[in-house]
Design a protein around this ligand. Structure first.
Ligand SMILES: Cc1ncc(COP(=O)(O)O)c(C=O)c1O
Length: 488
């Protein structure tokens, strides 16, 4: 079967295991919800206060994920959010004083530890005291920071933004200017942050892509968006053949909705197809930058025309970066500076691109310091070493208990799959999350025993502060969790 023939609407996304009784698992989940409520009375109080001024009690919509959807009744599983008081290195403490080891790190920004006592934190604190922010004048230190980015990723020109979402939004806009085309291609079930072009998916083969999130009017179609299947070069070619796609935006390993690893030769094929049909290739490393200090762009020799990231790039200070090849940068400059191009108005053409707070002195300082001190073999050696240790322990549990689970690891980031193997299609990857009982139980079981993991899939990160002792305790927790799932 062609990968593109797979139908999400009719697919059963809940993995089945002979030895796991999901009805019993849901009873255990209800027990974990009760335990959470008993452990977090102060968070419950804060939640009531917070709801007076914020929808669902949070100023960051993503935080709602902590409450997790309950598929049995279309409500949240947890009755309230939990609130943190403080965090240091790999640990955090909630409003009730419960201590946790963080294996989530806000999905990346705090990957280097919470408020670590190091050169980066000290340099940022110094900048806060001495610099003015958002001053909208070019900054000398940006030269140093962008030279370091050049050393890290083999691309010539760099822009800064306030987030990875913004980096992707600007990359799409630049690709449209350079190619004169409007359409954007992305892999099915991919995620590129907030740009609207990334909100589409293909739930059914042979139907046009539609939006999949409630805030983007579900079911709405946009002719400027195309979707291909990751690892399926035929579907990429079908999308590019009309020569109307400006840019193909993709992660090197798909990480938003389970992990999908690239098959050998896939990216070589993508590069060849992009060249043949005049489409730019944008590699989004917002997540995979946790894998190696020079990104998978370098590691897998991906030869993208553009590269974006955000989250951990500036040591936790909000910042995104966008790199582009010399050819793309020169073509962009030529177009926006050319008064004869329709719609081009010289310098005014830059209005409406970027945001006025981008490359503010605080972000530039943080970026420069983070690139100097964190994106090193030494720091990654510690993070990845900790992850290797954790993965060995968890794989040991999986083997000993002979359960059909698996782990996909990319450096200091991994995904626990509630299926036996790595995934090569997005449908398999979504199934690997184990929504429908496994994921919910694992997540709540971990939280109630003092371990923070990502609440919407089973993604786990290690920082330079993660210790073998933390990992051993995590593995013991995982062992007990798997035993409970098996009813042993
Ligand atoms: C691959 C990818 N790109 C971009 C983003 C956007 O990051 P942010 O929300 O920090 O803008 C995300 C967020 O998780 C992501 O996973």
């Amino acid at each position: 079967m062609n990968i593109d023939d797979r139908d999400f609407m009719t697919a059963d996304l809940v993995p089945r295991h002979d030895r796991i009784d999901l009805e019993q698992v849901w009873k255990r989940i209800d027990d974990e919800v009760s335990l959470f409520v008993a452990r977090t009375p102060k968070s419950a109080e804060r939640f009531q206060e917070a709801k007076e001024s914020m929808v669902n009690g949070t100023a960051n919509i993503w935080c709602n994920h902590w409450r997790m959807p309950d598929p049995r009744n279309d409500d949240f599983l947890l009755p309230h959010l939990w609130y943190w008081d403080r965090a240091k290195n790999q640990r955090c403490w909630d409003a009730d004083g419960n201590e946790y080891v963080d294996y989530f790190y806000a999905d990346g920004p705090t990957l280097w530890g919470h408020a670590p006592d190091d050169e980066v934190t000290r340099g940022i604190a110094e900048a806060v005291r001495s610099e003015s922010f958002g001053c909208l004048v070019p900054n000398e230190e940006a030269v140093l920071a962008t030279r370091l980015l050049q050393e890290m990723i083999d691309l010539k020109y760099w822009f800064m933004t306030l987030s990875a979402s913004d980096a992707n939004r600007n990359a799409i806009s630049i690709a449209r200017i350079v190619t004169g085309r409007r359409k954007v291609l992305s892999p099915n079930f991919g995620y590129m942050g907030a740009p609207e072009e990334g909100m589409y998916w293909k739930p059914q083969p042979n139907l046009p892509p539609v939006t999949r999130w409630p805030h983007y009017l579900p079911g709405h179609a946009d002719p400027a968006v195309k979707i291909a299947e990751f690892n399926d070069l035929d579907s990429v070619e079908a999308a590019l053949r009309d020569r109307d796609v400006a840019v193909f935006v993709t992660e090197p390993v798909m990480t938003d909705g389970g992990f999908v690893v690239p098959r050998p030769g896939y990216f070589e094929g993508v590069r060849e197809l992009c060249d043949r049909y005049g489409t730019l290739l944008l590699i989004d490393e917002t997540h995979t930058l946790a894998s190696t200090p020079r990104g998978m762009f370098t590691e897998l020799d991906l030869k993208g025309d553009m590269w974006t990231t955000g989250k951990p790039i500036a040591g936790g200070i909000p910042c995104g970066v966008l790199g582009m090849s010399e050819a793309v940068g020169d073509a962009y400059a030529a177009k926006v500076n050319d008064l004869s191009v329709p719609g081009g108005a010289g310098v005014l053409s830059f209005l409406g691109q970027g945001t006025t707070m981008a490359a503010n002195p605080l972000a530039v300082r943080a970026l420069r310091l983070a690139l100097e001190h964190y994106y090193t073999d030494e720091t990654y050696g510690r993070m990845v070493g900790a992850m290797d240790h954790l993965v060995r322990g968890m794989r040991g549990v999986i083997e000993r208990r002979q359960v059909d689970f698996s782990i996909t690891q990319t450096g200091a980031r991994m995904h626990l799959n509630f299926v036996p193997t790595d995934s090569y299609t997005c449908l398999d990857a979504v199934r690997s999350i184990g929504l429908g009982g496994y994921h919910e139980y694992f997540n709540l079981f971990a939280l109630n025993r003092g371990f923070v993991v990502m609440p919407w899939e089973n993604m786990i990160l290690t920082s330079p502060y993660t210790t073998e002792d933390d990992n051993d305790r995590f593995v013991a927790m995982f062992d007990e969790c798997v035993g409970n799932l098996l009813g042993e």
